[in-house]
Design a protein around this ligand. Structure first.
Ligand code: AMP
Ligand code: GLY
Length: 417
């Protein structure tokens, strides 16, 4: 099977890496890709938001499966355009992707499906904002309704900061604060059958100790030794299956990757957000542990035949990924800096540790930074402590001027806290 992956971040590199190891994949293409993905897939230039262009490329390549990685093309209807061209596609329709594209839509679906989530108000005026902020009190949680690459959410004790963020958005969701650890649980679905993957934890804040601003994610690990072994079953029953059923009943079935961002609160598990695609950087650790060849799983989801798939096979290894970000991320990042040490990681740390590229591009012989999150260093080990050690050893070999990374990814979990 020939597979075309749309996107060009570390998530797509992780997807391409797994697909490149799958014996059923005869040719692998990525559009637009990045400097690291070029080592495992043939890159094609494309405007990933242009459905007609992506569909034409898939036809030209004779692709038997298209995998749409990021949310923006999904919300723009790229999966619909590929499906209309008669090619199986892994990724939801534009309508179903509103689960991620609009926080207000997601809240409506959850209310209809009885899915536990934070109480919330959708506000469009200053009066509504003030009333909602006062109704919940501090800490305030203020979310831009639309897509914001993980940066549209402000959680703060400061009412003035919360209010300013709310008034800067056209439409805003203000909600109850949820305490407790966060878990990301991904499920692959064809719109009817739901197949959960292994849970992971993401580190959203920029700085050690969960300080600093929200980011797209600074690191992740899996499995979660502290989590209740019944968590996946519980989330399947309370969240994933009811949500998939609700979207099907609305006539907008969701097929692709349903990402539940969860808070494990003292009053039970609550949904913080849904995403309509694999999460980054959790995908890097989840796929590092998946033994079942990936292409068949994604193709069965695309074709509506997930019920025919045998149970997934998982490695007992633990996986940790650490993101290396540019100077000033998550503000406007500095780019164009050369990255050194990639060859050293390949020579010294492979296959247990490897680099997945996020924002990189090739300039002559050099690989240079080209985005906020630049690289994601992923490692596996017999437990989290070993995976962590290997990941940080590899991180230490990489030189990127002004770069930043967290030093505490998976630290608490590895110590049994
Ligand atoms: P989201 O984009 O909705 O995932 O929000 C980004 C991050 O903001 C989440 O991962 C949480 O850390 C935090 N957050 C979002 N909603 C809440 C909430 N209701 N209570 C506490 N923290 C939240
Ligand atoms: N890891 C957060 C996200 O993918 O949105």
């Amino acid at each position: 099977m020939k597979v075309l992956v749309i996107g060009g971040g570390a998530r797509e590199h992780a997807l391409c890496r797994s697909l490149s190891l799958d014996p059923d994949v005869s040719a692998l293409y990525c559009a637009p890709g990045n400097a690291g993905i070029a080592e495992v897939a043939e890159l094609r230039p494309v405007d990933a938001l242009d459905g007609a262009a992506v569909a034409a490329l898939a036809v030209e390549l004779g692709a038997g499966l298209v995998v749409v990685g990021p949310e923006a093309p999904l919300v723009a209807g790229v999966a619909d355009a590929v499906r209309a061209a008669g090619i199986p596609v892994f990724g939801p329709s534009a309508e179903a992707a509103q689960l991620e594209g609009s926080k207000a839509f997601a809240k409506d679906v959850m209310a209809a499906a009885g899915v536990p989530t934070a109480r919330s108000y959708v506000c469009t005026t200053a009066e509504e904002v003030d009333a909602a902020l006062d109704a919940f009190g501090a800490p305030y949680v203020v979310k831009d309704d639309g897509l914001a690459a993980g940066k549209g959410v402000v959680v703060t004790e400061d009412r003035a900061v919360a209010r300013d963020h709310a008034l800067a958005c056209d439409r805003v969701v203000i909600e109850e604060y949820l305490d407790g650890p966060e878990v990301s649980l991904f499920a692959i679905t064809d719109g009817v059958t739901v197949l959960p993957l292994q849970p992971a934890q993401d580190f959203k804040r920029a700085l050690d100790g969960d300080e600093g601003p929200n980011t797209g994610g600074m690191g992740a690990y899996s499995p979660l030794p502290w989590a209740d072994p019944k968590l996946v079953d519980e989330v399947m029953e309370l969240v994933l299956q009811p949500t998939v059923d609700e979207l099907r009943h609305r006539g907008t079935p969701f097929s692709g990757l349903l990402y539940a961002g969860l808070a494990i609160t003292s009053r039970g598990t609550r949904v913080i957000e849904f995403n309509a695609r694999f999460g980054d950087p959790e995908t890097q650790v989840v796929l590092a542990r998946l033994r079942t060849p990936l292409a068949g799983v994604l193709l069965n989801a695309a074709n509506g035949t997930l019920d025919a798939l045998p149970a997934l096979n998982w490695s007992d290894d633990a996986a940790v990924t650490v993101v290396i970000a540019s100077h000033n991320y998550p503000g406007t990042p500095r780019t164009g800096d050369p990255i050194e040490g990639l060859g050293d990681v390949a020579a010294e740390d492979a296959p247990d540790a490897y680099v997945l590229h996020a924002g990189t591009r090739r300039e002559g012989d050099a690989v240079v930074s080209a985005g906020g999150r630049v690289l994601s260093v992923t490692a596996t080990g017999s437990d989290l402590a070993q995976a962590r050690e290997k990941a940080y050893k590899a991180v230490g070999r990489i030189k990127l001027d002004g770069s930043q990374h967290r030093t505490d990814i998976a630290a608490k979990a590895a110590e049994g806290r």
